[in-house]
Design a protein around this ligand. Structure first.
Ligand SMILES: *Cc1c(COP(=O)(O)O)cnc(C)c1O
Length: 389
């Protein structure tokens, strides 16, 4: 079976990262490297992109409404709530799966204090326009580049447009680092407040557990082991392709944790291969695009932008049927988001987000996926999609 995710590190990388975590200064080096890449004066390494957002909002101390897309990971509006702000959802565009500058403009009101410019699945949003609208309204722009490390717009790195940026090193993102994320900003005042908040945080003194987790994840996504674990996982958790989520109001313990030294070391090593990582992801996305454009609605990319493609979202109609069909053919697809956040918050009026939550599945784009497997995925997907039209 072709796994839906594949870690971007090798067995060797994880062993080297462990030794660096035990002996070197990986956190300091990673901070320096990210600071250089993004031209950001301040970099904070924490336990996830959601934690980075939470800290930033707390540090900002302007409780109000936060504009963000309704088709999103539920942990994002949850982090907004934990920080004492109120999410203000905006519908997405059908094709790009991102918010438009126009819809952001229409949602502006005096109680909006922050806009979250999200680059969903690594596909750049109209960030420069969103920034200029937000400046006019005296609203802070945070770029959610959790899924978009290395994506570019007009030759500039995504994550260098707004006032602050969050990125993620979760297993399923551009660079798999286990768990972890970063907050980047050049705003001295904000940074000094984040610094104060983090000083009270638990230091990440866990070294072996993140290593074992990375090791287990690597083993679990091995094609030999994967089908068995996949069946076991489904038996335990079921197969809810579309669901109404309960929003959690309890702040989880990880919201005061920093990134582990192991994850920092693992990310640092892979930053050196970022170009080839992105190149392979784009090759796979181009292959899907040229093979499947006749059969399905494919994500639209804004002019002069290059995505980072953590996966290739495909609109497939009734996705439960498509998913099960692909399963029978030995291809496991990512469910992306099984919900629309507005739905989870009990709000109506977000037709495109609701539609995406019911109809979008993700084709794999991890760099270790072979050409042969990608051709096979295209062939079986075409077989199914052509019976629809
Ligand atoms: C994954 C993701 C997040 C959350 O990242 P964590 O590191 O898991 O907290 C937030 N926003 C977007 C767009 C994501 O893809």
């Amino acid at each position: 079976m072709i796994p839906r995710y594949g870690p971007t590190y090798s067995w060797h990388d994880s062993a080297v990262a462990l030794s660096k975590a035990l002996m070197g200064h990986p956190t300091r080096q990673l901070r320096r490297e990210l600071s250089r890449m993004y031209g950001a004066k301040h970099v904070f390494l924490v336990d996830g992109a959601r934690v980075a957002l939470f800290l930033l909002l707390r540090a900002l101390g302007r409780p109000g409404r936060v504009i963000l897309p309704a088709y999103n990971c539920i942990v994002v509006p949850e982090a907004v709530l934990y920080a004492g702000y109120v999410p203000l959802f905006v519908d997405i565009r059908r094709d790009s799966l991102n918010m438009t500058a126009h819809s952001v403009e229409n949602s502006m009101s005096p109680d909006v204090t922050v806009v979250l410019a999200t680059h969903q699945f690594g596909i750049p949003c109209a960030v420069d326009e969103i920034v200029s609208i937000s400046r006019r309204h005296n609203v802070l722009v945070v770029e959610d580049a959790a899924a978009a490390i290395g994506a570019k717009c007009q030759g500039k790195m995504v994550g260098t447009f707004g006032d602050a940026t969050i990125v993620s090193f979760h297993m399923t993102k551009v660079i798999s680092g286990g768990i972890g994320g970063a907050l980047l900003t050049s705003d001295d005042e904000l940074a000094s407040k984040v610094h104060t908040l983090l000083r009270a945080a638990a230091s990440a003194n866990r070294r072996l557990i993140p290593f074992l987790r990375a090791f287990a994840w690597k083993a679990a996504t091995n094609p030999l082991l994967y089908p068995y674990l996949h069946v076991a996982y489904r038996l335990v958790y079921g197969e809810a392709m579309h669901e109404l989520l309960q929003v959690s109001s309890e702040i989880p313990p990880r919201f005061v944790r920093t990134c582990t030294r192991f994850s920092a070391a693992l990310v640092l090593m892979q930053l050196q291969q970022l170009d080839s990582n992105l190149h392979r992801r784009r090759e796979l996305a181009d292959m899907y695009r040229s093979e499947l454009s006749e059969y399905s609605v494919l994500p639209a990319i804004l002019g002069d932008c290059s995505p980072a493609w953590i996966q290739f979202p495909l609109l497939v109609g009734d996705r439960g049927t498509f998913y099960r069909y692909m399963q029978r053919k030995g291809v496991d697809l990512s469910w992306t988001y099984r919900y629309s956040c507005s739905d989870a918050f009990g709000l109506g009026g977000f037709p495109n987000a609701d539609r995406a939550a019911k109809m979008v599945l993700g084709l794999p784009t991890y760099p270790s996926l072979s050409d042969e497997d990608a051709w096979y995925i295209c062939a079986v997907a075409k077989e199914y999609l052509s019976t629809l039209s």
